[in-house]
Design a protein around this ligand. Structure first.
Ligand code: BV8
Ligand code: ZN
Length: 247
């Protein structure tokens, strides 16, 4: 199922990076953004995932995020997330760069994670930046306000038009530049600057492996396109590496 070249790369790689999108959480039951069951089928990203929309339709935007928080609170990591945890044990230089805000990589046990678009289980006051837990947010029906300064509380995710957290972006860029094996898993490669990372890694000599049921813009530069579900394909790759190590 896998090319000799990929097997060689798996054996010789020193620094491995996984760049993930909503597709890796699909098998956990988390709807993707642009797929058939896409979250944005009902809503448009510009209507919801941006700060102006939040100020204009605070009630609607909070409703959408509470709906997504409930989903996330009731799902588990899937074999794709756990396979990536195994990769981290095998390769001494390793990073997960995720666009996902669902915290599933951390819950699966991944350690070196760069969360480019924040984390839906975080919330903070837009005025004084105080952090607020989901328990408090989900216990309220009305729009949540800060108990210190009265400011409006927002979800801790990066919206369109907002800068990515600098430390996360810088770490992700450094990891992409140093990778000799770069997996792009479950992302449509549409959202920037995140989607520029596979191109950056490629330019720096990384071997690019894409895992996705469908081709994406990234497929053009991928050295390998493994068409299928990450929850099926990634555990198969881990098995190959472990078998190779035994022989
Ligand atoms: C910024 C958090 C600027 C919130 C998200 C025109 C051209 C280029 C860029 C732009 C442009 N106009 C505007 C921009 C910039 C904009 C952008 O890129 N827009 C796009 C839509 C064109 N980007 C930004 O605004 C970013 N900020 O640029 O700042 C700036 C500069 C200077 C100074 C100030 C500001 C911020 C972007 C962050 C937006 N936040 N989410 C929330 O989640 O609510 S984006 C959102 O999309 C999620 O984070 C998601 O992760 C991300 C990417 O989506 P994917 O993960 O790829 O998911 P998708 O559904 O699309 O695809 C799923 C894939 O999985 C599919 O391919 C499917 O086939 C596959 N799949 C399905 N099942 C499986 C599977 N794969 C494997 N296994 C399976 N089982
Ligand atoms: Zn406050």
């Amino acid at each position: 199922m896998f090319s000799e070249k990929l097997i060689q790369k798996l054996k010789s790689a020193e620094s491995v990076v996984f760049f993930t999108g909503a597709g890796i959480s699909a098998e956990s039951g988390v709807p993707t953004f642009r797929g058939e069951d896409g979250l944005w089928k009902k809503f448009k990203p510009e209507e919801l995932a941006n700060f102006d929309a939040f100020l204009k339709n605070t009630e609607l935007v909070w409703e959408w995020y509470k709906y997504r928080k409930q989903i996330i609170a009731n799902v588990q990591p899937n074999p794709g997330h756990y396979a990536i945890v195994e990769f981290e044990k095998i390769y001494k230089s390793f990073a997960v760069i995720t666009q996902n805000v669902d915290n599933l990589h951390r819950r699966a046990g991944s350690k070196n994670i760069f969360e480019l678009h924040g984390n839906i289980q975080h919330n903070y006051c837009i005025k004084c930046k105080k952090d607020f837990s989901d328990e408090l947010i989900l216990s309220k029906t009305e729009i949540p306000n800060c108990d210190v300064c009265g400011g409006l509380i927002r979800p801790g995710v990066v919206w369109f038009g907002e800068m990515l957290p600098e430390d996360q972006w810088n770490g992700a860029e450094r990891a992409a530049l140093s990778a000799d094996l770069f997996f792009s898993v479950g992302t449509s490669g549409i959202v920037y600057p995140a989607a520029s990372l596979p191109y950056l890694a490629k330019r720096n000599g990384a071997y690019i492996v894409e895992v996705n049921p469908d081709p994406t813009p990234i497929t053009e530069i991928a050295d390998e396109f493994l068409s299928g579900k990450s929850g099926v394909i990634l555990p198969q790759i881990v098995k190959i590496i472990l078998d190779e190590k035994e022989n």
